[in-house]
Design a protein around this ligand. Sequence first.
Ligand SMILES: Cc1cc2nc3c(=O)[nH]c(=O)nc-3n(C[C@H](O)[C@H](O)[C@H](O)COP(=O)(O)OP(=O)(O)OC[C@H]3O[C@@H](n4cnc5c(N)ncnc54)[C@H](O)[C@@H]3O)c2cc1C
Length: 389
Amino acid sequence: MTGSRCDVLIIGAGPTGLVLAGLLAQRGVDVVVLERRECSRQHSRAIGLHPPALVVLTELGLAEAAVTAGVQVRSGTGWSRGRLLGELSFATAWPERPYVLTLPQRRTEALLTERLAQLAPGALRFGSEVIAVRAADDHVQVRARTVSSDDVIEWSARVVVGADGPHSTVRRSAGLAESLTRSPDCYLMGDFADPHRDPVAAVHLEPAGVVESFPLPEGMRRWVVHTSRAPRPEDPAILASLIRNRIGTAPDPATATMVSAFGVRRRLAAGLVVGSAAIIGDAAHEISPIGGQGMTLGWLDAQALAPLILQSLASRIPLQKLPATEHFERRRISAARAAARQAEFNMRLGRPMSITRARARDVLLRAALSTPARGALARAFTMRRALAG
Ligand SMILES: Cc1cc2nc3c(=O)[nH]c(=O)nc-3n(C[C@H](O)[C@H](O)[C@H](O)COP(=O)(O)OP(=O)(O)OC[C@H]3O[C@@H](n4cnc5c(N)ncnc54)[C@H](O)[C@@H]3O)c2cc1C
């Protein structure tokens, strides 16, 4: 067994870990990121970058690169049984960035990885799986296994951050309690060519369940459909036929570049900091992907935690004992709860329902989309409130 040390050790090179590492490296912190994958991720889950996410990317000097690579979605339309319910513009919700940017997660991660390599060459260690974490007040011991050789390295760091996703080893090792709820909802999603390059997002609230679609770069479009309890095979033809049955038109299955089924869990940690260890991102809160807020939420955690880490390193006071830490935990847990409620609202609107209930829902939505209430909807869908936590 060999030993290594650093000031800040981040577990997980998903979008959250990469953002935190970039923010700290930018301030000259000695940071290392351990990632069990042996290479970059190819699968793209998150596609939506809300305006607060662009605020974080601006801090990292990456906003313009993301905007150049992505698609600016400036409005969305709501449909029901072939009729337009209304259109929601994002123009006034966030005037400085009047859009939600779409960019596949693998490309966002590539931008973040490149930036980290510029700021702290060699800081990102792929193929290194953390198997145990022991948090004391003034330092944290972390045991990591090298995936290719099974060698074990014992790390010692002044601060450890678990950005290691929903099944977080750091959360479990630190004994941070969580609540977990499984939702009965299942979805099938896929990316297909969009010959029309339609720049508008569309949500079709059909009695059989929602069909959503979002523009993507390079003439592609992400389709998502509710599929009731049974998970569907990940087949582009099945997805295209579900879409056609509900809205009368469908993308060409031969152009699919990805099809994937997903279920929904809601997981919220009761606390985020123990001694000199913290958890952020999906390690701290897993929410429904419907509404696409998870990644932005994790970045806002990272943005709020970075100054606390700097303070802890400078003062030698453990994270948990800093006066500002309680406020950080309260604010980030409350932001996660608000995002989870928003996601639940989105899912409820799109669940299968009888024609009678669908009619009543449509009346309410049509009214909301044609009155000043649409301003509140636009703010909710662009995560306007998330920045304040
Ligand atoms: C279908 C779908 C669509 C989504 N769409 C959106 C969207 O449009 N917008 C949005 O904001 N969010 C969206 N999300 C949510 C978003 O993908 C997640 O919130 C985001 O990936 C969380 O990032 P993270 O870095 O916190 O965790 P993760 O992405 O889970 O990354 C954790 C990393 O830690 C690594 N790791 C785990 N354990 C260890 C260990 N023991 N040792 C070393 N490394 C470890 C993993 O390999 C992984 O790379 C979507 C999610 C899904 C499933």
